[in-house]
Design a protein around this ligand. Structure first.
Ligand code: MN
Length: 241
């Protein structure tokens, strides 16, 4: 483990990924886990069978986080290598603790709090990956692919209902209710813990409701989750190189 050998690194270590906390402070991000197709209507719009099959997942690197403080508007530079960048508004769970093979009750006790997140997706690259049976990393794990609002500290609280929505340029694009999630917050945490040793600092994106679609340079995004907060983001052009 690093920590005591800072003066021995041959390069300056990258700064630690973190997201702001409502009321002050920063939450250090360890890993980012994401659930796919956790709302039936979204599963259908992606051409999938919304039956209650086992959930599946993907990850993003911790430094894909684009932290956006309360009252701020984040700036998302339109990413490389896509002509079809999509928004997916999601409830994000932050963990204060972890473990392996957690029960739902143990999983609930690991909850530190919640944020509003966007699982930004290069949909054209995802379609290509699906068609060729390849991994989704190029579609999901790019730089700044995970804008996240300030976290609200809600230790041990499992959110099971509440409005989740995304407006683009003042127009409603996505709307759902947390109660529509196929797998509850505690079930999602417990599920990941069957495959990974979860730890404090992990973030989990819990899936998006229906209405995903493309964003363009100049778009103003405003996401909100009832009882958690809001996330404001502007899509800006990539600087000429
Ligand atoms: Mn998603």
């Amino acid at each position: 483990m690093a920590g005591t050998n800072d003066d021995k690194f041959v390069l300056a270590p990258a700064p630690r990924a973190a997201v702001p906390v409502q009321g002050g402070g920063w939450f250090p991000v360890r890993r980012i886990f994401c659930v796919a197709r956790n709302y039936e209507a979204h599963a259908r719009e992606m051409g999938a069978d919304p039956s209650r099959e086992a959930p599946f997942f993907f990850t993003k690197p911790a430094d894909a986080v684009l932290p956006v403080g309360s009252g701020e508007t984040g700036r998302l530079v339109y990413p490389l290598a896509t002509q079809d960048l999509h928004h997916e508004i999601e409830l994000v769970v932050a963990l204060a603790a972890g473990g392996e093979n957690l029960t739902a009750e143990q999983a609930r006790a690991c909850i530190w709090g919640y944020a509003v997140g966007l699982d930004m997706t290069r949909r054209d690259l995802q379609a290509e990956a699906k068609a060729k049976g390849r991994p989704w990393d190029s579609a999901k794990a790019f730089d700044d692919a995970a804008p996240v609002s300030a976290l609200r500290h809600m230790p041990g609280v499992e959110l099971s209902r509440g409005d989740i929505r995304l407006d683009v340029n003042g127009e409603l694009r996505q709307r759902g209710d947390l109660g529509d999630m196929i797998w509850s917050v505690a079930e999602v945490i417990a599920y990941f813990s069957r495959y990974f040793r979860l730890q404090a600092g992990d973030l989990i994106f819990t899936g998006t409701p229906e209405g995903v679609g493309p964003v363009r340079v100049g778009d103003q995004l405003r996401g909100a989750v009832e009882g958690v907060g809001t996330l404001a983001l502007e899509v800006v052009a990539r600087p000429q190189q």
